[in-house]
Design a protein around this ligand. Structure first.
Ligand code: PLP
Length: 413
């Protein structure tokens, strides 16, 4: 029923989409030029220079995807065969696949209450073959164990790949997320805080890493394939109602049911290409506005947090410290059915939500990639989902969400 109600809200132009690019006339102008077949000179090097300047990294290199940047970084360290790389189980195929494609062995580790890697989780995942850690700042929340994990890595001689794909512009003590590790990774693709059709970036101060990355042979993606992706993205996310069918059809997960995703490694494989000029140009527009995008997300998150409507709901709210709210993730260690009822209420009122990841160790292709139990990830993930706080929303949209949350709290309280 909630799916039908969501569909009706969308057809009447009233649904609130979870994702929308923060685009203006410049981005649409670029789309038009791209589709007309114009070549955009200097965009990739321009974006690389700007990201290096902002992050104060010595080098930046654009690639087609964030996952390609992770793969190239791992290859650059030339670890011996059989080397292990620790990464969070609460993440997506885009973090584990590059480890496999680099010929290395992923070891999935446990999370903290924000779903970021915990230092204890990393320690439990260590072995004599560990060579690197992928430290992600998921949802745009600075991983609270960053310092201890960096120290541990230093003590053990491990490389740290800092995955800031969901955290462009997140800073702590004036230093950018992505600049703490040996290599930092950004993404400009779907669901990221600077969202567009695609694009990834690697930053580093390491001469050997950048020499490898710049000299690695890269295939060039056919311009027809880039244009198709860009056109599909523009239609799906740029036009308010175009994506309604997919969003309406998306199912809410029932706790306790098997949630395994049956995707095979073949279907998750990806090609490593250079960054396309159009995706670089779109990302440059976003990079220019990153402070505004973050400010808007934080204001929307603050509206939810200060409304008080979720107090006593049994759901854990995100901690706003060092957080840019790429996702406003709610979770619970209690009964996940509370979270499901809230998801149904939101969707019935035309508010699109995003379900959490299914942890990688619970997905068939990756079930064996761990050293032991991952208790914190397991007790939290099934009740986790995100409420939209995207930058196109202002007070009006947030008030509508708050009213639904208040109605839910009234009924369930
Ligand atoms: C935390 C994180 N790391 C890496 C990636 C991979 O980025 P991309 O989709 O650009 O390959 C993603 C997104 O899929 C992500 O969310």
């Amino acid at each position: 029923m909630h799916r039908l109600k969501f569909l009706l809200h969308t057809l009447t132009g009233r649904s609130l989409p979870f994702l929308q690019p923060f685009w203006g006339a410049r981005e649409w102008g670029l789309i038009a030029r791209c589709l007309a077949g114009a070549s955009l000179q200097g965009q990739v090097s321009g974006l690389e220079a700007e990201v290096a300047r902002l992050t104060q990294a010595r080098y930046a290199l654009g690639l087609n995807l964030g996952r390609s940047a992770i793969q190239v970084a791992l290859e650059a360290f030339r670890f011996p065969k059989g080397s292990e790389v620790i990464l969070p189980s609460f993440s997506c195929a885009g973090v584990i696949m590059p480890v496999l494609q680099a010929g290395l062995e992923p070891v999935l580790a446990d999370a903290d209450r924000d779903f970021n890697l915990s230092a204890a989780g990393v320690e439990a995942a260590l072995s004599l073959r560990t060579r690197a850690v992928i430290l992600a700042h998921l949802s745009g929340k600075f991983a609270r164990d960053t310092e201890p994990i960096l120290e541990l890595a230093r003590a053990k001689g491990l490389k740290v790949i800092e995955d800031a794909c969901q955290a462009f512009g997140l800073q702590k003590h004036g230093k950018w997320a992505g600049a703490y590790g040996d290599v930092g990774i950004f993404s400009f693709g779907l669901g990221k805080n600077l969202m567009g059709p695609g694009g990834g970036m690697l930053i580093t101060n390491d001469d050997a890493v950048i020499a490898y990355a710049r000299n690695r042979p890269l295939t060039r993606e056919a311009s027809r394939s880039v244009r198709r992706r860009v056109a599909r993205f523009a239609a799906r996310y740029g036009l308010p109602r175009a994506g309604f069918l997919a969003a309406a059809a998306a199912k809410i997960r029932t706790p306790g049911r098997s949630c395994s995703l049956e995707a095979t490694l073949d279907t998750l494989a990806f090609p490593v290409h250079g960054l396309s000029a159009i995706e670089a140009a779109l990302a440059r527009c976003q990079v220019e506005r990153f402070s505004e995008i973050i400010r808007r997300r934080q204001a929307n998150a603050r509206a939810l947090l200060t409304s008080g409507v979720l107090e006593g709901s049994g759901l854990d709210l995100p901690d706003p410290g060092d957080h840019i709210f790429t996702k406003f993730l709610l979770s619970t260690v209690g009964d996940p059915r509370t979270a499901v009822s809230l998801q149904v209420a939101l969707k019935s009122h035309g508010i699109e939500i995003e379900l959490s990841y299914v942890p990688l160790h619970l997905r068939p292709p990756f079930a064996d990639c761990r050293r032991g139990p991952l208790p914190e990830t397991e007790r939290r993930w099934s009740g986790a989902f995100a409420v939209p706080v995207q930058p196109r929303f202002g007070r009006k949209e947030m008030d509508r969400i708050i009213r639904v949350l208040a109605g839910f709290a009234g009924k369930s309280g």
